[in-house]
Design a protein around this ligand. Sequence first.
Ligand SMILES: Cc1cc2nc3c(=O)[nH]c(=O)nc-3n(C[C@H](O)[C@H](O)[C@H](O)COP(=O)(O)OP(=O)(O)OC[C@H]3O[C@@H](n4cnc5c(N)ncnc54)[C@H](O)[C@@H]3O)c2cc1C
Length: 467
Amino acid sequence: MSARVVVIGGGLAGITAAIALAESGADVTLLEARPRLGGATCSFNRDGLIVDTGQHVFLGCCSAYRGLLAKLGMTEHAPVQDRFDVTVLAPGGSAPRRARLRRTALPGPLHMLPALGRYPFLSWAERAQVSRPALAMRRVDPAAPAADTQRFGDWLAARGQSERARRALWDLFSVSALNIAGDDASLALAATVVKTGLLGKNNAADIGVPALPLGELHGDAAATLLAKLGAQVCLGAKVTAIEGGAIDSAIEGGGRFRVRLARDADLAADAVVLAVPHAKAAPLVPAGALPAATVQGWAGLGASPIVNVHVIYDRPVTDLPFAAAIDSPVQWVFDRTRISGMTAANHGGPGQYLAISLSAADEYADVPAARLREQFVPALAELFPAARDARVTEFFVTRERRATFRQTPGSGALRPKAATGRPGLVLAGAWTDTGWPDTMEGAVRSGLAAAVELRKTVLTSTMGVRQ
Ligand SMILES: Cc1cc2nc3c(=O)[nH]c(=O)nc-3n(C[C@H](O)[C@H](O)[C@H](O)COP(=O)(O)OP(=O)(O)OC[C@H]3O[C@@H](n4cnc5c(N)ncnc54)[C@H](O)[C@@H]3O)c2cc1C
């Protein structure tokens, strides 16, 4: 008989665990509270326009996430740049200033040096200092507790990075990767990003941008694959409790665990993967499965918001697929015209749909859309002169108040491993101890770690599970 595994949470962590366990021969049921799979990576339909609630990108080095895309048959729909290539814009009156950070074919970290050496938004003296922290990063061990206690900004400042260099260069990448104001980020997590992306292979930081709405790329594709693998997916299935799992406990109906649902009948399971956000996981962990201090410690991970500002023009205003900005409230801006399915027929003209992605967006999370419009429409016009003559036909805002945990110093110590004190109950989620920031790559890694933990413990001995 196959092992019965219940996976709770249908984000990328739960999807990955469910696929891996179903492939191993387990009898998998995936329970997701919402009416769709995909978790934080989701899309909705707005008058025929397919909108992602938050623009997502990934890097060439995101091997686990790219492995999931391959399994879902989605690799070609999430293309990665041939070479890292980012246009950085800054307001400049009638002619906005513009820089291009493009890597060469040299091995890392030499691949970035020519572009950084020419970067016009820093002085000559500041440019000369940039390689100092990049090279010093070689000696930072992201897994060392000492790295988890330091602020990235302090560490950069101690290595000659001026306020200007931190804002106009390092923030470009650290704020979006770690969703926290650059100076405040945990050095350990920044080190993971810099070491992998900048000091690793020369293609590690090449940027991947989904070419399909996230709902299709992840949620729909996962539902199709899981059905093929024989896994059962239950949507609108909110779990209210997990019981059992103690060594001597016996569950009526067999299995080691009982999973209670808000609306449906309870499920018996031999193993459970709990793959929900940290605040939701804490009350679901059965008493005694982990020390109370560990579970209470998760609360300290907190939450950090991401806001997306969506602006639709009556005409094209830029031919850039995406760009970063400095000296502007705009952080990153993406052309979503094609991905959203916007056409002349459904939006009345050859318009353009831009989405501004604002990370570490505490100051914007509660600001009314009308006020954001007053700020961001002129800000875009300063970066894209063609926008000055264009008419804004639609403007709306999406807000993810708990987009990621707060990736500040000390957060590493609060992230738990997959295993709990109850054999057969494992944790997953981008917030668990993956060594990676709260990202799609971290979520997929956590799902794989959960599946490996179950395979090497409870699923090997009694059940029909392939190794
Ligand atoms: C706006 C935004 C932009 C982002 N940008 C990027 C980016 O550019 N690149 C990147 O790599 N990452 C980005 N991220 C982060 C990335 O989306 C997350 O790290 C990742 O998707 C988290 O996956 P997860 O499976 O761990 O959690 P989630 O996606 O949160 O999934 C958890 C699931 O559990 C379900 N659930 C909760 N409680 C229950 C319950 N009681 N019963 C059943 N189900 C339950 C939830 O409904 C949810 O579907 C972004 C996130 C946001 C919000």
